[in-house]
Design a protein around this ligand. Structure first.
Ligand code: G1P
Length: 297
């Protein structure tokens, strides 16, 4: 049955230890790594705000205090910039605390993405909500979350985002078996597998880090046993919902063909930073330098 209540809540899991970026992440959350001059997490919160989700719940953990500080005001810094008349930097400093109401809950025991989402149960209540994973950045010029919200409202169940990847990369992602829906540009999800071996993958459609979920997912997550990697997997809960034809069941997917930047490992992170930096007018010197640099490699 289609849900018509407006979706306002976004859940952003940010409790991961960031081990791939050690030692940089020894005392700093990986979500604070700068992508050009904004921490990665700010792109994600801005994306949520743009889709009308201004009630954000971050699932954090130990050593994540910098996240709360970043989305807070800094009166002393603001006063200094104001006194100097540096309005450009003042606006940059203030932007992160105008994106929405940000709430925090700690995961305590990192038992996987499914468990992180379950930590949002009380905050979310009985309404559909979005989940945005901080390692995936979606280019602000491309539309994804808004489209997923529309599909959730039309179908009433849960909605995931898929992207075609090279078949040999599928073992790094959740993977979906889908079928088309007559007259629609979204698809129906029949089956989901978390990080399948290449030869067992039902397709090359990878789950990317955006979800719009029916609250029925919480009851399923409470019953979900640890899966791949010994962790409670969101993919496994969605696999159960995909087969459920009752209230809150059913999973559809939007196949995203826009620009996505992965900041989850060092190589992808560096590519993301360079890709976004070369487009910036204030860094116009980067492109010619990069060409010379690459030519000399
Ligand atoms: C998580 C999900 C996986 C999804 C991926 C997208 O995995 O479990 O299904 O494909 O995010 O980034 P992680 O990358 O956190 O291991």
């Amino acid at each position: 049955m289609p849900q018509t209540s407006r979706i306002t809540k976004a859940v952003i899991p940010a409790a991961g230890l960031g081990t791939r970026f050690l030692p940089a992440t020894k005392a700093m959350p990986k979500e604070m790594l700068p992508v050009v001059d904004e921490p990665a997490i700010q792109y994600v919160v801005a994306e949520a705000a743009k889709a009308g989700l201004d009630n954000v719940l971050m699932i954090t953990g130990r050593s994540k205090r910098a996240l709360e500080d970043h989305f807070d005001r800094v009166p002393t810094l603001e006063a200094v910039l104001e006194a100097k008349g540096d309005t450009r930097r003042l606006a940059a400093v203030q932007e992160s605390n105008t994106l929405g109401d940000i709430h925090y809950v700690r995961q305590g025991d990192p038992k996987g993405l499914g468990h992180a989402v379950l930590c949002a149960k009380r905050h979310v209540g009985d309404e559909p909500f979005a989940v945005l994973l901080g390692d995936d950045l979606i280019d602000s010029r491309d539309e994804l979350l808004g489209e997923m919200i529309r599909v959730q409202q039309a179908t009433g169940g849960s909605v995931i985002a898929l992207m075609e990847v090279d078949p040999e990369q599928i073992s790094s992602y959740g993977c979906a078996d889908v079928e088309s829906v007559d007259g629609e540009d979204y698809v129906r999800v029949n089956r989901l597998v978390e990080k399948p071996a290449v030869e067992e993958a039902p397709s090359n459609l990878a789950v990317i880090g955006r979800y719009v979920l029916h609250p029925a997912v919480f009851d399923v997550l409470e019953q979900t046993q640890p899966g791949r990697g010994g962790e409670i997997q969101l993919t496994d809960a969605l696999e159960v919902l995909a087969a459920d034809e009752g209230e809150g069941g059913g999973v559809h997917a939007v196949v995203f063909r826009g620009r996505r930047y992965d900041t989850g490992d060092k190589l992808s992170y560096l590519k993301a930073v360079v890709t976004l930096a070369v487009e910036r007018e204030d860094l116009a010197g980067l492109r010619p330098w990069l060409k010379d640099f690459a030519a000399a490699l």
